[in-house]
Each structure stands twice: as C-alpha cells, then as structure tokens.
Design a protein around this ligand. Structure first.
Ligand SMILES: Cc1cc2nc3c(=O)[nH]c(=O)nc-3n(C[C@H](O)[C@H](O)[C@H](O)COP(=O)(O)OP(=O)(O)OC[C@H]3O[C@@H](n4cnc5c(N)ncnc54)[C@H](O)[C@@H]3O)c2cc1C
Length: 394
C-alpha cells in the first residue's frame, strides 16, 4: 500500500468501530491480548524467523493514468487496459467494465484477453458474464504474476496518475471507483473471505494532517479522495486511554482488504468453471497478435505493455512486501510513518513505505534486510503496546 494514499485514506474513512471483529476477539482473547477500555488487540508475533517470503513487484504507473482505449492494429481491434499504478486491484472491476464497453462496441462475439493479472482476469470474467467466448493468453498465471505481490487494500487513487493529469482523469476515475466499490460489496462474506472489511490504527508522533508523507523522489500524484468520501467509513481519532498504543496521535480507520490468494483463486475458479479458456503464451512482438483467431483483443499486460507495445510512458515503481506466518487472531492493520501492516489470511503483510529509490526502478531483486528491519520495528511497536492485566503481560 502507498504511504501517501494510506494517510489520505486514513483521513477519509469513517471508522465505525468494528464491533463484530472486536467482539470476536473479546470472546476468545489471546493470552497476551492488549486491551484498553474494551479494545482488545491480539499481538503480532513479529520476528524475522517468521518471515515466509519477501516479494517485489513494479507498479505500472502512467503519468496520465491507465490507458483504456481502442486501437486498430492490422486486422485486430485492441482494447488497451493497463497502467493502473498502485490501484490495479481496487479499480479492476470499473476499469474492466469500461474496457468491456469498448469490446462490445467493436461487435465482438469472441474475445482474447492478453494477461492474467488483476486486470486481465477481471476483464475476462466480465466479458464472459456478458456472453462473449473468452480466452486468456498469458505468459504467467496467478500466483506468478505481479498482481499477487500487492498489499491488498482498497487504494483506488494510489499512484494512479500525476497531479498535472488529475483533472482530465477525475470523472473516469470516479466512475471506475464507484463500479469497483459496488462490486466488492457483493464479494463480502464468501467462503475463504476473499474480501473483508478491517479496522486498523494509524500511529503518529505528529497530529494528523501535519504530515504529508510524500516520497521525495516521486512526482506529486493525483488525489481524488474527496470525490468518493461518501463511499467509505471515516476515521476516528482515539484519545489516550482508548487504545493501547504509546503514540500521542492514534486514528482508527476502516478499509476493505483483499485476501489476495483467496481472491485470485476465486476469480480463476469463476472464470474456468464457466468454461473460460486459458493459453499459456508469451508474445515478443505485437505482430504475433495478428495470428490469434479472435478479432478483438484486450491488452492487459500491465508493465509488460512497455516492452510489447513500446509504451515508454509506463514507468515501473518498485515495491517490496514481506509476509509473516498467518495469525487468524490478528484482525487489525497498522500504519506508522514508514511502515504498513495488513492482516491478510495468507500472511501478515509488512511493507516499508515512503522509501526513496523506487520510482523508475524495475529491479525486482528482494532486499531481505529491508524487510527484516521493518519486522524488527513492528516487534518494537508490539513490545510498547499496553498489555491487558486480565490476560497476562509479556
Ligand atoms: C508493492 C505493491 C503494492 C500494491 N498494493 C496494492 C493495493 O494494496 N491495492 C491495489 O489496488 N493495488 C495495489 N498495487 C498495484 C497492483 O498490484 C497493480 O496495479 C496490478 O497488479 C496491475 O495488474 P495487471 O493485471 O495490470 O498487471 P500484472 O499483474 O503484471 O499482470 C500482467 C499479465 O500480463 C502477462 N504478460 C505481460 N507481458 C506479456 C507478454 N509479452 N506476453 C504474454 N503475457 C504477458 C503477465 O504474465 C500477467 O499475466 C500494488 C503494487 C505494488 C507493487
């Protein structure tokens, strides 16, 4: 998740106390749960030997925002759907809906979708549900696609465009965001919990609003949060005594979380159960697309569009996450000035945020020592949390 986005989101979401989740914790509190005036939080077992993996991917950022448009190429109609920066999962349904409208305008009955990440898979599913015979062509499938390495939060305007292009993108962005948000509400409560609402806590030494969290070597990004303030709950500032954290400024936020392993599995199953076809295939040149049987193709190759379509406006923005062994009893997220924690079912995601050197950096070599330092910082936060006397102390 993006540092700036997170802070903005924390400022834009109303934290309806997660009574269901917290009541669940209260019913069976872990031995060392932290509790202050009814707020019971299971401790995260943050130690470097519990890291199950360190993952790096690049956000496909375009200054003007995602490319969703039709291009005639030889005897094919290509509908582009790529360049979603740090918002691909969040915008996937809305973006796929726009792309599908363009596909339908071409009169297509059969569709080829190039790419099987968040964007390709979702677009293929939408097309299939609209009655098109759909085949995905991709060099890799989940879990071996960049999308699987995302943080897993609702971040629809994270690195989605730069500030200069924001006015031109705003209306389309809002449409995509609202469509996606509505779709995600229909995916709550499914087996495996692909999508959940969670509470989290932003911790800061400074009052909220004073700290902007911009990354020094990255552009100023478009900020659309005010356009959809009605969608998500708003944050609540907690006074000392109402939370277990030592920081002077604490906010509770409420956000949608994507359990990415479970969610990608859901999407793949839905697509294949309805007869969707998949061909594993890498395209080295656009000319190879001319050999495909379908006349209309969606290009959902993400960062791959830079090489395949020669689009140098796609800039890689590197991001690294680590996962700790899952702890089902940990149901809350955390946000510090330089650290984000997401309590996913496939592992507790720990991410350094706001670090420089990621913009226009396509190097996907993991730097484990960076993630280990983040986990140690998280361990320090856990050690400083007040312990509930009734549950024992650590
Ligand atoms: C660290 C990090 C955290 C993030 N967190 C979030 C988050 O919390 N919420 C959110 O909404 N977004 C988040 N994102 C952004 C999100 O991950 C991306 O926007 C999204 O993954 C883009 O999906 P995609 O389908 O376009 O690309 P990809 O997942 O890269 O999929 C591309 C597909 O195209 C295929 N392909 C590529 N080139 C070719 C070729 N030449 N021939 C054949 N097939 C090809 C690939 O094999 C793959 O199947 C994050 C990103 C990063 C890096």
């Amino acid at each position: 998740m993006e540092r700036r986005q997170f802070l903005r989101q924390a400022g834009a979401t109303l934290a309806v106390a997660s009574t269901a989740g917290l009541a669940g914790c209260a019913a069976q509190p872990p031995r060392t749960a932290t509790a202050t005036q009814g707020l019971s939080l299971a401790p995260i077992r943050a130690s470097t030997d519990r890291i199950t993996g360190v993952y790096v991917c690049t956000r496909p950022f375009r200054a003007e925002g995602p490319r969703i448009e039709t291009q005639k190429l030889g005897n094919k109609t290509i509908v582009h759907n790529y360049g979603h920066g740090g918002s691909g999962w969040s915008l996937s349904w809305g973006s796929g809906t726009l792309a599908l409208q363009m596909v339908q305008a071409s009169g297509a009955k059969d569709l080829g979708v190039i790419g099987c990440g968040a964007i390709g898979l979702t677009t293929a599913l939408l097309a299939q549900r609209a009655g098109l015979q759909t085949r995905i062509y991709a060099k890799a499938l989940p879990p071996d696609v960049f999308s699987m390495r995302a943080s897993g939060l609702w971040t629809p305007d994270s690195r989605i465009c730069d500030a200069a292009h924001a006015p031109a993108l705003a209306d389309r962005w809002e449409m995509m965001t609202r469509i996606s948000y509505a779709r995600y509400q229909s995916l709550l409560g499914l087996p495996g919990q692909p999508i959940e609402w969670i509470d989290g806590y932003s911790l800061s030494d400074m009052p909220f609003g004073k700290f902007h969290g911009d990354v020094p070597d990255e552009p100023e990004y478009g900020d659309f949060a005010s356009r959809v303030r009605d969608l998500t709950p708003r944050p609540v500032e907690l006074s000392p005594g109402n939370h277990p954290f030592p920081e002077p400024h604490v906010r509770r936020y409420t956000t949608l979380m994507f359990n990415i392993s479970s969610y990608a599995n859901y999407l793949m199953n839905e697509y294949q159960a309805a007869g969707g076809k998949i061909d594993i295939r890498e395209f080295e040149h656009v000319e190879q697309l001319q050999q495909l049987p379908e006349h209309t193709l969606v290009n959902a190759t993400g960062y791959g569009s830079r090489a395949l379509f020669g689009d140098e406006s796609v800039i890689p923005v590197r991001g690294q996450t680590a996962r700790l062994i899952p702890q089902p009893e940990v149901t809350y997220g955390l946000r510090l000035d330089n650290l984000s924690v997401v309590p996913r079912s496939d592992g507790i995601m720990v991410q350094v945020t706001g670090d420089p050197g990621n913009f226009n950096n396509a190097d996907v070599t993991p730097h484990r020592e960076v993630s280990e330092a983040a986990v140690r910082e998280l361990a320090d936060v856990m050690a400083r949390m007040k312990r509930d006397a009734t549950h024992g102390s650590s």
